[in-house]
Each structure stands twice: as C-alpha cells, then as structure tokens.
Design a binder for this molecule. Structure first.
Ligand code: ADP
Length: 483
C-alpha cells in the first residue's frame, strides 16, 4: 500500500489484549480506509462481547499489581511511553493521516499533543497527595488517602485517534488503574500503534488493552460489567446519554466529553486581523471536525463587513487535498455522513436567507470546500446543532447582552471564544459565558496542563491538568481512634 513507515511493525492488525496480539474469535475483520483515497489500508479484528469480557478480565487480573507498584515505577514507564511516541512521531502521524485524513503537520501536532499527556501524568503520578485533616477529637486522627478507582474502560471517537486515548489512559495508568480502550472503527490503527509502544515501554500485560470491533456490543460490556469501575467516553451527546444510562445500574463513575457548538465572538473593539487568524484555526482545524471548533461566528455590526471580507480572503488561501500532500491545510471529511451533514446545514442556511460568500460545494468524494456564509440567524440549524465540518456561519449582533444570550442559548457548553481589547468586557463576558472553556483573543486552547471539559450537556469531568487525575481516584477516609 501507500503507507510506508520507517518502522513497519507499528502497523498492527490484531487487537492488543493481555499483552498479546489477538484476532477475533470468529476470525472476522473490519477494513480501515483512507478517507482521502478510498484505499483500504489494513484490516483489524471485528470483535464483540466475548472478546470485550476477555479484555476486562485481563485488566481485572492486572489491576492489583499495577496499583501496588510504586508511583515512581509507574511514572518511569509512562515517561518511556512518551519518549517512544516522540521517537516515532513521524510514523505515528503517517498512520494517523492515512486513517483519519487530517494534514500530516496537524497529525504530527496531535502525536506531540497526545504524547504530552504521558509526560504530564508521568510527573503527576508521583504527586497524588492525600491529607491529614485537623482532628475533631484529641484521641483521633483523620487521614485521607487517594487510591486508584480500579479498572477503567473508554470509548473514543475518530477525530483525534491518538490524543483522545492518551488523555484518558495517561491519568488512569498514573493513578494505578488498568485500562481497556475501544477506539472508533474508522481509526483503530493509531490506537493499536499505542498498544505496540505500551508493550515496548514495559507496561505490564493486561494494564493497557485495545479492543477493536462492534461499537454497541463492546460498549455494552465496557459499561455494564461490574469489574469496570470507571467509564470514560468522548463522542456525541446522543451516544453519551446511552452509555451513561448503561453505566447507571452498576453506579460507575463516568467522564463524558461530548458535543459542542462553540460560539466565536468578535466585538467592535477587537483586533480584527488577530480575530481572523483565530477564527481560521478554530473553525478549520481538522476540517472543522473537532468538538471545540467554532460552530457559530458572531460579529458585532460595526466590524461585520470588514471581518467577513478579511475572513473570506484568509479562507480562500486554504488548500484542500490529501493530507500527505505538501501545503494542504484541509483534508477530507471522515465519511459520507459527515459530508451530508455539512450539506444539510448549508442548505438550511440558504433556505432561511443565508448568503454564500465563499465555497459552498463538495470538491471530490469526501472533500468539501471551506465555506463562509453570512446573514446567519438563530433560526438556522447551525445555531443549535454541531456541524462538524468546514462551514462557517457568520451572525451579526449589536450589543453585549444580545450576543451573550445567543451564545448561551444551546444545550452545549464546551468551548467559547471571543475577541475584545476592553478589560471590563473581557471579565464580564468570560464570566457570563456558560462554557467549560473560554478562550480570549486566541483560537486554540487545548493543552495538557489545562483542564479540558464541558458544562451543560457537553459533559462531565475534566481531562488533563492536575484536575484530570481526580476522575481516576477514590478518596478514602481513615479515622484512627483509641489513640
Ligand atoms: P462520532 O460522530 O464522533 O462518531 P459517536 O458518538 O457516534 O460520535 O461515536 C463516538 C464513539 O462511540 C465511536 O467510537 C463510536 O463507534 C462509538 N459508539 C457509537 N455508538 C455506540 C453505542 N451505541 N455503544 C457504544 N459505542 C458507540
């Protein structure tokens, strides 16, 4: 095939369970396609409930020894894993671009970003401090210890095939939890390559397992099995609701990173050139397929025409194509449904008075031209639904209160962006935006040292930062009495 690697053994076509490479019980497999070319890159096992139970059992058996290992020993393994990812950054990025489509430079960025979670949590592993609380009685002592929650399972999406896994696996393993991951069927190869590097880094068998195959069958086991103590999901709000309900009977701790519908607000007093630059990166990164991509651009009346003109000019410079080709900044969408959704949102805008400034059509099987549509209104689908594609609707607003009302008028609350140079406004608006993350005067905010996560129906819990470890530990209160 066209996927040429410096280290071909990073391309795995079996699942990684209990430290071994395994095929499906019935030998069935799934094809992994390159969305840019339609070419089949590889086949991976199409596993189901039985194999999922086997993976959970492997994690269950590995759990206590991993938890009993010193934090320093766990830390060293995670650090090695980070080093291996960076040493193989180019190959990992090639695999990622081949199965996911994003431009190679962006894929390399994702590998570095994904690896940074292992680096960060290798450090945090050693700093999961407990407390001694001032006692309420002379003959008693109040101790608080933090212990690993136990076996963790996760399901991740295709838009960040590497980083969505490491963001969960790194804190889980750092805390002393064994882990089972079921990656998206479109992008299992990046997950399996992580399994190979886990193996090389010395992660003990059963501590990190990758199972590929049927979403709902595997998902049922990972959410319902009582041996799994914590479940973490990144994906749509719709599927998140189902999985959370499946976790309810066993009272699992859950983390949910769900959909967004990010507003990107440009006030009259903004630096317009900086806002254009931020809007480009926020809107068109990964062809608009990230949960923190700007979904709605709100621009104040006084700068509306200027912003639209400069923004369209910047969008015109974006090159669409195969992510492996030089100079390409927008790759293909992941599949036909993704293209259909962009088309439906665009058509809905046109039906309701939207006016195309630039783009507006598909340009090859899964490629869609970066599109700018002005005169967007709150009655359009884009105002309430996540587009997940390269469509930028530009809304006009007059006052700060109006735009805050419109920006908050959604069930989602993941990321919001705004541009202003007025300090009073910056404080007011950042406090009133009902979002888990607010970026002021920048179009990009993800970082392993900062807490990523949403409010409202965008999710539960935080990933990354010192807070991210909390989702993988239990607090134990020990009262020493009769002293
Ligand atoms: P996306 O649109 O990003 O694919 P989804 O929420 O549909 O978002 O999918 C996110 C992940 O959840 C993917 O790995 C997908 O295969 C998986 N998934 C989808 N439906 C289910 C389900 N019913 N049970 C378990 N996993 C599911």
């Amino acid at each position: 095939g066209s996927l040429v690697l410096q280290d071909p053994t990073l391309l795995k076509t079996c699942a990684y369970i209990n430290g071994e490479w395994q095929a499906a019980n019935d030998g069935k497999s799934l094809a992994v396609k390159n969305p840019a070319t339609g070419e089949i890159i590889a086949h991976v096992p199409d596993m189901g409930a039985d194999e999922a139970k086997r993976a959970v059992q492997a994690a269950h058996e590995a759990q206590s020894a991993w938890a009993a290992m010193s934090a320093k020993a766990r830390s060293q393994i995670l650090r090695k894993w980070f080093d291996l990812m960076m040493a193989h950054q180019d190959d990992l990025a090639r695999i990622l671009t081949a199965e996911q489509g994003k431009p190679f430079a962006e894929a390399k960025g994702e590998i570095a970003y994904g690896a940074s979670y292992f680096e960060w949590y290798a450090e945090e592993a050693k700093r999961i401090y407990g407390d001694i609380i001032p006692s309420f009685a002379n003959d008693k002592r109040v101790l608080v210890a933090k212990q690993p929650i136990g076996v963790c399972a996760a399901i991740t999406p295709w838009n960040f095939p590497c980083a969505m896994i490491t963001r969960k696996a790194a804190p889980a393993l750092a805390a002393g939890c064994a882990f089972v991951i079921r990656p998206a069927s479109q992008t299992p190869l990046s997950a399996l390559a992580l399994g190979e590097l886990a193996h090389r880094a010395g992660v003990p068998k059963g501590v990190f397992n990758v199972i590929t195959g049927a979403a709902s069958q595997i998902g049922k086991v990972l959410t319902e099995d009582d041996r799994v103590k914590k479940f973490s999901f990144t994906g749509s709000t719709e599927v998140g609701r189902i999985l959370m309900a499946q976790c309810a009977p066993t009272i699992k701790k859950v983390s949910m990173e769900l959909g967004g519908n990010a507003p990107f607000i440009v006030f009259d007093d903004a630096d317009i050139d900086a806002a254009v630059e931020g809007a480009i990166i926020s809107k068109y990164r990964n062809a608009g397929q990230t949960c923190v991509c700007a979904n709605r651009l709100y621009v104040q009346s006084g700068v509306y025409d200027e912003f639209v003109a400069k923004f369209a000019e910047a969008v015109r410079a974006l090159k669409v194509g195969n992510g492996m080709d030089a100079g390409v900044s927008i790759g293909p969408l992941i599949d036909e449904n993704a293209v259909k959704k962009v088309q439906a949102h665009l058509q809905d805008m046109l039906d309701k008075g939207g006016e195309v400034v630039l783009g507006g059509e598909a340009c090859g099987d899964l490629f869609f031209a970066p599109t700018v549509v002005k005169n967007a209104t709150q009655q359009m689908k884009v105002a309430t639904e996540e587009t997940f594609g390269p469509l930028a609707p530009v809304f006009r607003f007059d006052g700060e209160n109006d735009v805050l009302h419109m920006a908050n008028d959604t069930e989602f609350g993941l990321a919001a962006y705004f541009y202003s140079r007025d300090i009073g406004r910056i404080v007011r608006v950042s406090e009133r935006l009902e979002y888990g993350m607010v970026a002021v005067n920048t179009g990009i905010l993800s970082n392993e040292a900062a807490p990523f996560g949403g409010v409202k129906q965008s999710g539960l819990g935080r990933e990354g930062s010192k807070y991210g470890i909390e989702d993988y530990i239990e607090i134990k209160y020990v009262l020493l009495a009769g002293l």
